[in-house]
Design a protein. Sequence first.
Length: 320
Amino acid sequence: MTQDPEILGGDAEIERRVATRGDGPPDPLREPVISFASNDWYSHRHILNRFVGLKDVRTRINGRLQHGWQTCCGFEGEQGRKPEVLASRCPAYVWSKRNQKRASEEGMDWAQAIGAPFFYMGWPEDPATFAPLGSGLLVFPYHSVPSDAYVVDGWAEWARKLRKFATEIGFDRTQAPVTVCFHPFDWHQRRCLSGLGIRATCIGSPTCDDYLKRCAELIGSHAMVLSDRVCTAGFYAMWLRREWMVGGPKLYSIPKALHEDRYADRRWIHRNFPGVLRGAAHVGIAETQLGLDCMRTRQELRETLYAWLPDEAFLDAGVI
């Protein structure tokens, strides 16, 4: 009988993470005009609410936050829902100046750039010390999105090719471990790693309040991140002073996702981010792509996201 892969973090803990959800419903008296469930993903709302000092961190954000890194307007693809933003003219919060420029060009001239929520977590002076540096390779495969009716397939062949590729770039079975981080939607696919000497892990439900903290700790504890396309986690890795490489075998989705092709195209990547095809840790690129220069102060973010709330809603009312 083939042995199941080692579970980094422990099987019981990962199952608990997958089942855990966020911080519950908001106070109905504080519900804004329009809000979106995707604001809760990857603990974005939770991070921003803590940063501005809300007494009730369950308070919903009025409008839509950019869901993840993109080169476009910030509301394309999975959880983007650009038509909803355009139709409702709801407040729109993007990460970078490029996202803001593209949003304006596409009819959303009210979009505001605030930087990625990742930057609002509270970091040490040297982000590289956030987690002890390990020697292993952390792999983020593309994931299924059941709500958009497409499923990633080809896991067994992908796993075999991954083992070969990881060894070729210096991550063997003993000295430099390889770990695949599965999305909860694909956690059941972890047995594709059986017998290959590759560990499996999962950060947990994207709606967990500490999702992004777990993600950063996991990335920080590895020497390199590998993905088969340009992705948000790769830019997080470079900002944490870890190497990131786009390469290795590719998974495919059924049906083919319409928005994914460019970010996996090696020619496009070579033109835009040539360093990541060889493995790179360009902090400046990460800062630009994630919008560090658009980050707001606590007071500015309060006025941007929560102008509709009274001062008494904040922990330090009357102090700032």
